[in-house]
Write a protein that binds this ligand. Structure first.
Ligand code: AQP
Length: 354
């Protein structure tokens, strides 16, 4: 592997309905990260997906669809490592070791589990509860230094940092004895930001745009046709006031703030710049401009996704190649972790045979 100064890891769940929030908050930024001096790993996190029930046949299609979305958005599988999580066993293996490092109290504070489990907590899977520990393993199996994610993942990334810190402290003597200095895992930097760190529902500006929203009109799916995109934007909830000329004027106007943020992220400009052009305009002017921009930006991605998903063999080959390259890195981490923890393991020659 070439020597890069940064290692970037991020993942997307193959749980269907990939939407504009996933694209602007995550995938578009994955593409931008490729310009940095970084080895990037982008993972379709299928082990995370099954923390809630997935139909097996649909899941296979969804894994290929997220992969197609990565490629169609501009992730280059020769430059970046693109793979699905279940093909690299080290994720689950490291998650077990981290289960023995993380504390119950830390997981009890995770708000996403509370939201997703809802009132029927006793019936939620153990995997859903343990999700953040697996996410820490995903990131730290590659000792990733940077993780681009949407704002909803902030708390999980803090947990990843806590796990890395505790592992480094608990095993400090062994880490030094094995020649890794005073810390084995990096304290990963979350990359959260930009105008679309949290894209909100088109029907309710106080709720996150989400795959599981029962209303399809609440989100723009990456697979939506141009007409559907334009119609959803035309029907998006707004207030009766014109757009303000200053960002401060978007305070307490969640729907207006959301649409301006989406415009800014799609155009690659700031909210201030959007308001410089549209301050004082009515939504009857702004919405068609936003719809045009969204269609111009998203329609080519949807077209390319259709082309790619028509050839599952090609997608599976990309994933297999990526999994092989990812496993080479993750296996080195796991060998070192096993030595640090005190396990007896097979020697390097046997390890290579797998
Ligand atoms: N609304 C959003 N705005 C910005 N970023 C978002 N992300 C998700 N929703 C938004 C980011 O997309 C990446 C992949 O997300 P995921 O596959 O882990 O799914 P999720 O966060 O569970 O997505 P949803 O839509 O919110 O699903 P449900 O409805 O199941 O809860 C992550 O980087 C995430 O931050």
């Amino acid at each position: 592997m070439a020597a890069f100064t940064e290692l970037v890891f991020s993942g997307v769940q193959p749980t269907g309905n990939l939407h504009l929030g996933n694209y602007l908050g995550a995938v578009k930024r994955f593409v931008e990260m490729q310009a940095r001096d970084a080895q990037c790993l982008y993972c379709v996190v299928d082990l995370h997906a099954i923390t809630v029930w997935q139909d097996p046949e649909a899941l296979r299609g969804q894994i290929r669809e997220v992969t197609a979305a990565f490629l169609a958005s501009g992730i280059d599988p020769a430059r970046s490592i693109v793979f699905n999580q279940s093909q690299v066993p080290q994720h689950a293996e490291l998650a077990w070791i981290f289960n023995c490092v993380a504390r119950l109290g830390w997981l009890n504070r995770m708000t996403q589990f509370k939201e997703k489990a809802g009132k029927d907590r006793e019936n939620a899977s153990i995997g859903l509860y343990d999700y953040p520990v697996l996410m820490a393993a995903d990131i730290l199996a590659y000792r990733a230094t940077h993780v681009p994610v949407g704002e909803d993942q902030k708390q999980h990334l803090e947990l990843t940092r806590d796990i890395a810190q505790k592992f480094n402290t608990d095993f400090s003597g062994s880490i030094a004895a094995h020649g890794h200095g005073d810390a084995f895992f990096p304290i990963t930097e979350p990359l959260i930001g930009g105008p679309a760190a949290r894209v909100m529902s088109l029907r309710d500006g106080t709720k996150k745009m989400s795959k599981s929203d029962p209303s399809d009109n609440a989100r723009i799916n990456l697979t939506d046709e141009a007409d559907t995109i334009a119609q959803k934007i035309r029907r998006a909830k707004t207030d009766p006031e014109p757009l303000p000329s200053e960002v401060a004027g978007l305070k307490d106007r969640p729907e207006a703030d959301n649409l301006v943020g989406i415009y800014a992220a799609l155009a690659g400009i700031t909210r201030e710049e959007v308001l410089r052009d549209f301050g004082g305009a009515q939504f009857s002017t702004f919405k068609p401009a936003l719809a045009d921009l969204a269609v111009t930006s998203l329609a080519p991605i949807a077209g390319e996704m259709r082309r790619l998903t028509a050839d599952p063999g090609h997608i599976d080959a990309v994933l297999a190649d990526g999994a092989g390259r990812a496993e080479t890195i993750a296996a080195q981490t796991l060998d070192a972790v096993k030595d640090i923890v005190g396990f007896v393991r097979r020697g390097p020659s046997l390890q290579a045979v797998r």
